[in-house]
Design a protein around this ligand. Structure first.
Ligand SMILES: Cc1cc2nc3c(=O)[nH]c(=O)nc-3n(C[C@H](O)[C@H](O)[C@H](O)COP(=O)(O)OP(=O)(O)OC[C@H]3O[C@@H](n4cnc5c(N)ncnc54)[C@H](O)[C@@H]3O)c2cc1C
Length: 392
């Protein structure tokens, strides 16, 4: 009897010990980048107990993005100005070197010191109360209708948010939709190039080097970022473009300081982005414009929104965050069609003919400046003059 009792007792103690070892959170976020950190900060500020699992030891290491913020993204997060550089317009080059300038009154882009921006966002999330578990990879998880448990890590939460990028492991483990169409991007950070006109993002149309997308040279924060991306299945050659860029703009050779590369989801928002107590957000959910490949604005907006929805769901019995997010996320229907057209990669002679024509100017203005650009064009002022007026 005693033996059985002792066994039972030690069994119960073992069970209690196991239970005690599982750390419980309201929200566990996998991925400490734009979407995950935006979500973590807001959730923690709203009083949720939050953990962020990030496999990198330093959130600023090995960034996989050019990190340019459109104005709408800049409005989602109040980023310290020393981490950004304001760029007013876009200079768009045809393969033959002809170019047109585009801008819109009041509009801008921010290039960023992306590694330090990531570190700043991580610190902001931590300051708000989120616990950052760096150097920790998500591999496995289970859910039972009440909570999600990560047995390898001894963690559980009411809601698990997969903000783990374009090839999301959270999505795979929980049987959610996966991105299947991508753009592939690669870029070099070069020593700063003073001769590059800093008022513009320099965008190069060239279907031989970057079929389905563009190449670019961006005046960054303390660096010049030179890279390109291309449609699914084409391997972009950044060194080749570097040569073309120097030759076309008659620039000297500059030292390469770092290299960035990565996949950009190009198939639009996925269909199945939540199940039970698991939700995907950001690139993991395909929240990226299939036409421009810009994802940061959505990751910041929907990352933060996920946190608000989670807080309402946990604290006030609000709608399931996954369901609400699926309704609120952009569908990108028109942009999906435009992506198909761009994937056809018109031959370079067509770009040479098109760049500079009125319809193409209007199209480029719409792509880069959305409604605001069109509004500015509609007031009769040329976009190029509007930039000159501002700069002079
Ligand atoms: C070359 C390139 C250039 C781009 N340029 C721009 C641009 O200029 N402007 C723009 O708006 N968009 C740009 N994009 C798109 C933009 O970078 C993405 O939309 C954005 O980074 C997505 O953020 P995210 O937080 O959803 O995912 P990610 O930034 O991909 O972050 C995912 C995070 O999850 C972590 N992680 C992954 N798996 C695990 C795991 N199993 N366990 C723990 N952690 C994990 C990763 O380490 C990473 O930190 C670019 C993309 C590429 C590839």
């Amino acid at each position: 009897m005693r033996g059985i009792g002792a066994g039972l007792e030690s069994g119960l103690n073992g069970f209690a010990f196991e239970r005690a070892r599982v750390r419980r959170f309201d929200l566990i976020i996998v991925g400490g980048s734009f979407a995950g950190l935006a979500c973590a900060r807001t959730a923690a500020l709203r009083g949720l107990k939050v953990a962020v699992i990030e496999r990198k030891r330093d959130p600023g290491e090995g960034v996989r993005t050019t990190g340019i913020l459109v104005k709408e993204a800049a409005e989602e997060a109040d980023i310290p100005s020393h981490l950004t550089r304001l760029v007013r317009g876009v200079r768009l080059y045809a393969p033959n070197g002809k170019f047109t300038d585009h801008s819109s009154a009041g509009y801008y882009f921010l290039t960023t010191d992306t590694p330090n921006l990531m570190r700043w966002m991580a610190e902001e999330a931590r300051r708000a109360g989120a616990e950052l578990m760096l150097g920790t990879a998500f591999k496995r998880g289970e859910q039972d209708g009440v909570a999600v448990t990560l047995p390898d890590l001894g963690l559980s939460a009411r809601l698990l948010v997969g903000a783990d990028g374009p090839t999301s492991m959270v999505g795979r483990v929980f049987g959610l939709s996966a991105n299947t169409r991508f753009l592939g991007g690669v870029e070099f950070e070069l020593e700063p190039e003073p001769a590059l006109d800093g008022r513009f993002l320099h965008c190069f149309l060239d279907s031989e080097l970057a079929p389905g997308y563009i190449a670019w040279a961006a005046p960054g924060v303390g660096v010049t970022q030179v890279g390109l991306a291309a449609r699914h299945g084409f391997r972009p050659d950044a060194r080749k473009f570097l040569e073309v860029y120097r030759r076309r703009l008659d620039l000297p050779e500059r030292r390469i300081l770092a290299r960035r590369s990565g996949l950009i989801p190009a198939g639009a928002t996925l269909t199945r982005t939540f199940v039970g107590n698991v939700v995907l957000v950001g690139d993991a959910a395909g929240h990226v414009s299939p036409m421009t490949g810009g994802g940061i604005v959505q990751t910041l907006r929907l990352g933060r929104r996920t946190a608000q929805l989670a807080a309402d769901w946990i604290n006030a019995g609000g709608e399931h965050p996954g369901r609400a997010l699926q309704r609120e996320a952009p569908r990108f229907r028109a942009k999906r069609l435009l992506r198909r057209a761009l994937d056809l990669a018109p031959p370079n002679w067509i770009w040479n003919l098109a760049v500079g024509t009125a319809p193409f100017r209007a199209f480029a203005q719409g792509v880069y400046f959305h409604q605001r650009g069109q509004a500015a064009a509609a007031d009769g002022s040329s976009p190029a003059t509007s930039l000159e007026r501002r700069e002079n």
